[in-house]
Design a protein around this ligand. Structure first.
Ligand code: HEC
Ligand code: HEC
Length: 367
């Protein structure tokens, strides 16, 4: 049944349930987004669809009745409420109560899809078919949270400083400000460690985020960072972690379009990757990661974010789907794949000809 609800997907069992959880489950986080942040009031009063799209929120075209966009007033917050009633805003879940022909948004919560899904823009920019696992690099989570009347001015300043595509999943724990790029949740099946700093496996992190960031109802404990959040009621997170992991692991890294890279150069670049540039010593195997932790100095990374984590190091990032998600590195410090190669050439003291660098970049575009 779950598979049927997911639009005829071939998924069955745990990963089909996981898809539903990934897209639509709030783990009871309305207690944070509604009770604490009052985002339901902010949305109903001030967030028309044009504003919502401008902060990077996406609309799932498959959830829209035909023709609705032709007549909808994209400058009215009531349209946003109508979209939430249709369950059409990716990563936001609204509860809408209808009385005497009037719709009222009574609750709102967020799901994993908010940050880790986007759409293919097939209807218009921001509106199209869902692309689960793709990082939403136009989403501005800080700007959204800063809309809440419950956030004080000092914190607002911090949230507003993050910008699109970035989020700091540790700010509300350690009070330090240093956002990281929202990473993909695809291409991770063969990788044992999750996150930039490899603090744990994928379920460890899903648990961390659902409880400490989304505000879901569940427990999370991390003695290495002195975090111990007990569940305020029945744990709505833990029972869902296996299915959630199965779904994320079922999402492959997206392949680049034919013609988006020079195939002959990419073939030569593969030799550079495994040979002269020594990339595969850390980014080896199908997952393009050695699943090891590296001292920030080893690859010339800024150590600040690592020092805030449990591991204090950086994991070699799985590289599949690189073409899809510039910029690169946890802090976005490399704007392009050329910049990535330049960075490594300098830090690892590689002697690469201009041709080799070009071929290597074409290879990186192809994986
Ligand atoms: C507000 C935005 C946001 C939400 C909501 C969110 N994440 Fe994330 N997610 C991030 C950021 C930022 C990171 C990077 C943190 C790091 O690596 O230190 C991350 C990291 C991850 C990773 C690690 C990827 C890798 O390369 O190993 C996975 C997997 C993931 N999130 C899945 C989820 C799931 C599942 C949920 C729902 C339970 C979720 N996220 C909710 C922003 C978000
Ligand atoms: C000593 C191990 C090591 C070597 C050698 C290495 N990398 Fe990395 N790579 C890492 C680590 C660790 C990260 C995570 C750094 C961060 O996010 O700040 C990373 C991140 C990356 C990223 C960013 C991925 C993303 O989604 O942001 C790219 C691209 C990359 N490496 C490509 C390469 C290439 C190309 C080479 C060879 C020239 C190479 N790496 C050599 C360890 C290594």
């Amino acid at each position: 049944m779950a598979a049927l609800l997911c639009g005829g997907s071939a998924l069955r069992g745990a990963d089909a349930d996981g898809k539903e959880i990934f897209r639509h489950d709030t783990f009871g986080d309305e207690r944070f987004w509604t009770d604490t942040l009052k985002m339901h009031e902010v949305i109903a009063k001030a967030v028309d669809p044009t504003t919502a799209l401008s902060v990077g929120l996406k609309v799932d075209a498959d959830a829209l009745p035909p023709g609705i966009l032709k007549t909808a007033d994209l400058k009215s917050p009531a349209t946003t409420v109508a979209l939430l009633k249709l369950n059409a805003v990716v990563g936001l879940k609204g509860t809408v109560e209808s009385k005497d022909g009037k719709d009222t948004l009574t609750k709102v919560g967020v799901t994993c899809a908010l940050c880790h899904s986007t759409v293919d823009d097939s209807v218009m920019p921001g509106i199209g078919k869902r692309l689960d696992g793709w990082p939403n690099r136009t989403l501005n989570p800080g700007a959204i949270i800063a809309l809440s009347p419950a956030v004080d001015d000092a914190k607002k300043k911090v949230y507003q400083s993050w910008g699109a595509g970035k989020y700091d999943p540790r700010f509300n724990q350690d009070g330090k400000n240093g956002p990281v790029l929202i990473p993909p949740a695809y291409g991770l099946a063969k990788s044992k460690m999750a996150t930039y700093t490899g603090d744990g496996d994928i379920s460890y992190w899903n648990n961390y985020v659902a409880v400490t960031q989304m505000g879901g109802q569940g427990a999370f404990k991390e003695p290495r960072l002195g975090i111990d959040v007990p569940s305020p009621g029945p744990d709505l997170v833990h029972p869902k972690l296996p299915a959630l992991k199965a779904y994320q692991h079922s999402i492959p890294a997206p392949k680049p379009k034919a013609g988006s890279f020079d195939a002959a150069a990419a073939k030569r670049g593969r030799e550079v990757f495994t040979g002269a540039a020594k990339c595969s010593s850390c980014h080896g195997g199908d997952a393009f990661t050695d699943d090891k932790l590296h001292d920030p100095k080893e690859t010339g990374m800024d150590a600040t974010y690592a020092m805030r984590s449990a591991s204090k190091k950086y994991r070699a990032t799985p590289l599949g789907g690189l073409w899809q998600r510039p910029p690169y590195f946890h802090d976005g410090s490399a704007a392009s794949l050329d910049a990535v190669v330049d960075h490594y050439a300098k830090v690892l003291k590689l002697t690469l000809s201009a041709e080799q660098r070009k071929d290597l970049v074409e290879y990186l575009k192809s994986i």
